[in-house]
Ligand binder design. Structure first.
Ligand code: NAD
Ligand code: UDP
Length: 339
């Protein structure tokens, strides 16, 4: 069993990963500045698992704070979730995104190197793929220039980590390219709790269903897809969390830097998601069609064969499971962690 530092561990994907890490018997130190999360998530992670973790409130750009964490705990590997992720905001305040996501990642790997810790799992994104690629997307396809500054930070950090591993063979780095994480822990105690108006489809759908928002705007109805709406590869956050444990096992053994897609391999359209949500949960989601959103592609879904073959990982949950679990969380926590 290993001692894992989880940056951004109080967030949506991080909190679910902490549950799986603790259930698997690992020790967990969470390092998070709570800029987009609540400590309550970690209280619930510990209640769910009946295990304790260590929480350190701090910023990955703070070298001294990181040094203290590495000095105080014998860390074997780092899972790095910390960062900002709002696409629209990244266009308004690019420097804040470059600082948190790029400079923050540099600060983290520098601290790891000082502490002689060289195993890293990094949260990347399918957004790094060149838009000209045709789905299913595989890891050998070219990356491109993402249309927004958030995606740009993911691409830069990926490239930086690849170069780092080439320059220094002590590094063992997994780049996990997430497709569209949705769903929540079965208990409904932890889940996605976006601040302000959600950017992503799933939290928007659940907030309409719970009465916090009037109606969903479906961005575009004239794409070349099954029903004209955008197609994405939705992946249950618990499956995604488990991919980190598989990647961790792989990285504790191998050297170098390698990318893996984490998706189900299935594409679902916005209308399919909305309609299935209504059927599975017996709740209506008011909607209207709206113009296409700038920067969106028609279709994006994964070829996940590499993760299945090399990581020993396999997604377990269906779209119905994802939509039921998202609703279970939202219903139990209409205002997220606030109430
Ligand atoms: P989240 O915002 O819920 O979690 C990120 C966490 O990092 C938050 O708890 C936040 O407080 C913390 N954080 C932010 N900046 C920090 C800093 N400078 N120092 C310390 N902590 C900091 O987001 P999430 O959905 O859980 O995403 C986790 C990671 O996965 C992010 O890197 C994100 O870009 C990436 N990712 C997310 C998605 C998605 O759709 N959710 C898709 C692809 C990749
Ligand atoms: N979408 C939508 N309405 C919303 C949010 C998203 O129609 O309020 C669509 C979006 O155009 C895309 C899909 O839902 O086709 C998934 O979008 P999301 O922002 O969740 O993820 P992305 O794949 O863009 O990162």
């Amino acid at each position: 069993m290993a001692n894992i530092l989880v940056t951004g561990g109080a967030g949506y994907i991080g909190s679910h990963t902490c549950v799986e890490l603790l259930n698997a018997g690992h020790s967990v130190v969470v390092f998070d500045n709570l800029s987009n999360s609540s400590e309550e998530a970690l209280v619930r992670v510990q209640a769910l698992t009946a295990k304790s973790l260590i929480f350190v409130e701090g910023d990955i750009r703070d070298a001294n704070a990181l040094d203290q964490v590495f000095a105080a705990h014998q860390i074997d590997a780092v899972i790095h979730f910390a960062g900002l992720k709002a696409v629209g905001e990244s266009q308004q305040i690019p420097l804040v995104y470059f600082d948190n996501n790029i400079a923050g990642s540099i600060s983290l790997v520098q601290a790891m190197q000082r502490a002689n810790v060289f195993n890293l799992v990094f949260s990347s994104s399918a957004t790094v793929y060149d838009e000209a690629n045709i789905s299913p997307l595989n890891e050998d396809m070219p990356t491109g220039m993402p249309s927004n500054n958030y995606g740009y930070t993911k691409l830069i950090v990926e490239q930086m980590l690849q170069k780092l591993a080439i320059a220094d063979a002590r590094w063992s780095i997994a780049l996990l390219r997430y497709f569209n994480p949705v769903g929540a822990h079965k208990s409904g105690r932890i889940g996605e709790d976006p601040q302000g108006i959600p950017n992503n489809l799933m939290p928007y759908v659940t907030q309409v269903a719970v009465g916090r928002r009037e109606k969903l705007s479906i961005f575009g109805q004239d794409y070349d897809t099954v029903d004209g709406t955008g197609v994405r590869d939705y992946i249950h956050v618990v499956d995604l969390a488990n991919a980190h444990l598989c990647a961790l096992n792989n990285r504790l053994e191998a050297a170098g830097c390698r990318a893996w897609n984490i998706g189900t391999g299935n594409g679902s359209s916005v209308l399919e998601v909305k309609n299935t949500f209504e059927q599975v949960n017996g709740v209506a989601v008011a909607f209207e069609f709206a113009p296409r959103r700038e920067g969106d592609v028609a279709t994006s879904f994964a070829d996940n064969a590499r993760a299945i073959a090399e990581l020993g990982w396999k997604p377990q949950y269906t779209l119905e499971d994802m939509l039921a679990d998202s609703w279970n969380w939202q219903k139990q926590n209409p205002e997220g962690y606030k109430k």
